[in-house]
Design a protein around this ligand. Structure first.
Ligand SMILES: *Cc1c(COP(=O)(O)O)cnc(C)c1O
Length: 369
């Protein structure tokens, strides 16, 4: 049996990516600048509904420079969702700032506005990072309102949620800064890459400057600040432009995968799904389930799927439980711990066939019979 993956790169059938790469070769723009980079940025801003964007080498680089753009430095506090990938938190520590973790709400598993309020009563942070996990939107309008009340900038980690619509806006367009990732497993990919978006022109200009080794405007190499080599290659931006053309198709497919799991597993009372709220249209990057009894554990499902050459993955282990971040404070924590203990991400590869997904469903169901 061929392996069924969690999520893999899925290039367009039309070979759009190849055409944009070819353009880069034809014009010899084999560099971290060029037409593909400019157009990729422009196309993302139009899609997301923000004014400015800077294409970067990764989503992690985008978070790092967003933190710098809002002025986070040594010993500043940053409130950040605990249930996430470590890449959300690492850049806080790069700047020698201090993460304070915020628990999730049980609905869409993202930052709990109530815990965020508690944290604001105790600390004065320099920034807040909210995440839209698995393509489901955080209660981002509530979170934004709290940040505005305290006049603290909001950064949205929308690495997993490109294309998710919440109320009248895309995720990534709510915060002072939004970040996207085009890593190989994300809904669209450049093999590796990221993007920072914002309506703040000055901020994005500054980020572009830092990302290009902080080279001052001078005929010689003049440096007055520490810079980074964080820009996205023109070749990879070409892949991104091609992938943008099929983003709607990929979202449609992810939503079908989710619906099929819901339908196929509906008779198993012990399984529940994280679903989009009534306010959003999710990209359903990964279909995730929760086990509501101990009869069958996530580990049992994962191991049985693996025996059948099928990949699945535990839910993110909360950052407040990670040895590397154990010294930092957390507000709440029980919800994300529970989600980690009872959750599982099912294979959500857009290349997966209906027959393959039926196989996954049948294997899971067999554990209850
Ligand atoms: C993938 C991911 C990132 C990091 O993006 P990279 O492009 O891999 O650096 C950050 N946050 C979350 C939630 C992610 O899933």
């Amino acid at each position: 049996m061929e392996r069924i993956f969690l999520a893999t790169p899925h290039m367009s059938e039309e070979n759009y990516e190849q055409e944009f790469i070819q353009q880069a070769f034809d014009t010899n723009w084999i560099a971290p600048l060029g037409e593909n980079v400019d157009n990729f940025e422009k196309e993302v801003t139009e899609l997301v509904g923000v004014k400015h964007a800077c294409a970067l080498a990764s989503g992690t680089a985008a978070i790092h420079l967003a933190l710098k753009a809002v002025g986070v430095t040594k010993d500043d506090i940053v409130f950040v969702q605990s249930l996430t990938f470590s890449a959300t938190v690492n850049p806080i520590v790069y700047e020698e700032a201090i993460p304070v973790f915020i628990d999730s709400e049980p609905g869409q598993w993202n930052m709990d506005p109530e815990q965020l309020r508690q944290a604001f009563r105790k600390y004065q942070p320099k920034a807040v990072i909210a995440v839209h996990l698995y393509g489901l939107s955080a209660k981002i309008d509530e979170i934004k309102a709290i940040c505005e009340e305290y006049q603290v900038p909001l950064i949205e980690d929308a690495a997993e949620s490109l294309g998710t619509l919440y109320k009248d806006k895309w995720t990534g367009a709510y915060g002072d800064y939004g970040i996207f990732s085009f890593n190989g497993n994300k809904i669209i990919t450049t093999s590796g890459g990221g993007m920072l978006v914002s309506d703040n022109k000055e901020g994005i200009d500054k980020v572009r400057f830092w990302a290009t080794q902080a080279r001052e405007k001078a005929p010689y190499y003049q440096h007055e600040e520490i810079g980074y080599n964080y820009r996205l290659s023109n070749i990879l931006a070409g892949i991104g432009r091609g992938q943008l053309k099929v983003l709607d198709d990929r979202i449609e497919k992810k939503r079908q995968i989710f619906d099929r799991y819901m339908e196929g597993l509906k008779d198993i009372e012990d399984i529940s799904f994280i679903k989009e709220s009534e306010h959003e249209r999710s990209n359903y990057w990964l279909s995730a389930i929760l086990l509501d009894s101990d009869k069958v554990t996530p580990k049992q499902i994962r191991e049985t799927l693996e025996e059948n050459n099928i990949e699945s993955r535990p839910v993110w282990k909360p950052m407040h439980l990670q040895p590397v971040f154990i010294e930092y404070k957390v507000f709440g924590g029980q919800v994300s711990e529970d989600l980690f203990n009872r959750g599982l991400c099912l294979p959500s590869d857009t290349k997966m066939t209906v027959e393959e997904q039926d196989r996954v469903i049948d294997i899971i169901k067999s554990l209850w019979s």
